[in-house]
Write a protein that binds this ligand. Sequence first.
Ligand code: FAD
Length: 467
Amino acid sequence: MSNDIKTQVVVLGAGPGGYSAAFRAADLGLDVILVESRETLGGVCLNVGCIPSKALLHVAKVIDDAAAMASHGVTFGAPKIDLDKIRGWKEDVISQLTGGLGGMAKARKVKTVFGYGKFTSDKTIEVEGADGKTTITFDNAIIAAGSSVVDLPFIPTEDPRVIDSTGALELQDIPKEMLVLGGGIIGLEMGTVYRALGSNVSVVEFADQLVPAADKDIVKVYTNYNKKKFNIMLSTKVVAVEAKDDGLYVTFEGKNAPEGQVRYDKILVAVGRKPNGHLVAADKAGVNVDERGFINVTNELRTNVNHIFAIGDVVGQPMLAHKAVHEAHCAAEVISGKKHTFEPRCIPSIAYTDPEMAWVGVTEREAKEQGLNIEVANFPWAASGRAIASARTEGKTKMIFEKETGRVLGGAIVGINAGEMLGEVCLAVEMGADAEDIGLTIHAHPTLNESIGMAAEIFEGTITDMP
Ligand code: FAD
């Protein structure tokens, strides 16, 4: 059966970018069709990314917190893990959110077409779905096709014991020995989950620090806290994996490479994601896609074809849901005739690990590379009443100020709840706040957020007796 429909705006892909663009365009009075190849809305983020990983990290946190209470006089028994129930709970979280999106689409009269969509010209998209083909003729299109996991050629990915982040979230079992290949955010988050559930987790990272995008001193706090929990191999790479009946035998090379082959029950490959630009037949619409699969856009999110826009992971780094959402709103508003450009001063990054690592604006390394005249103020959490009362003093708050003006250029926090705390630093950078603005802001006591105010006071010289 073939079906022909017309619309003012078609959005290809219903992740955080796609659904946000569709909803904003509909709210602005436009007629919108949202195309999605999965069975539910929400994209990678809601189905196999941000949300399920945080649901499992919540489980990990409760297990770890309960165990840590023993030294404060409260002992719980060893946790009993019911994988079916954990999986069921995670699925409930996902369906609550994806179902909610379905309702929001309906309420806005956004028509959803399920199936795989490809351009057939610069005015038409053909969607191949379970009910046959649909041809959509559009005035404007927004490509929000997202990204996919990167495989490594020498890894036997067809072996079910080799998993990617989606496989890890399925939580099929708790392997005794697990190797996480790649010490970036996704690898460390999933490693945190499996370690808490009982796996011995090794992490191998080619660079000389985990999470290479963050400043070394921030990551060092994380690494020191976790050195007994994970076997971390930095400046090391995997060069071969041999699949045998009794396990996966891995050969390493590099500074911290173990001798010979090491046996693992499971390998999680978490070496990054690649954009899906080549998968939508963009050439049929005349849209340029670069070699890696990224689509270049202007600050209005227009591709080289004026009425076709692109947003989210498919347009570039950082591949983060909140970046996609803001780009989405911009694209929808431009299509509706509003004046809007996507030019944020900063985009926050958060590793929801234990402890969390969060940073925004320029890092100290970037500031040095850019020759900026900065001053760094560190507030160690060993001096925070709230951190001491929570028995988590390993953290620190680091603020980066422009030396001459005191303007906040960036900040990084490592410690429990760092991700939630970062909002204040984002606002400071985005609004051009300076150290005095932050130092004079009364932060409630005792909170971890006080450490941001304290760092500002350290810069201003009003606090001098830091440990
Ligand atoms: P996606 O979410 O990738 O959505 C694209 C959608 O388009 C997909 O559903 C896909 O099926 C559909 N699609 C693609 N091509 C077509 C086509 N031709 N026809 C029809 N449909 C199509 N980001 C954060 O900000 N915070 C986090 O905590 C976080 N955690 C993550 C954890 C994991 C394990 C992973 C894998 C990612 C995580 N991310 C996180 C990244 C985040 O998921 C992405 O940045 C975000 O989903 C990008 O949104 P998007 O709209 O660009 O694309």
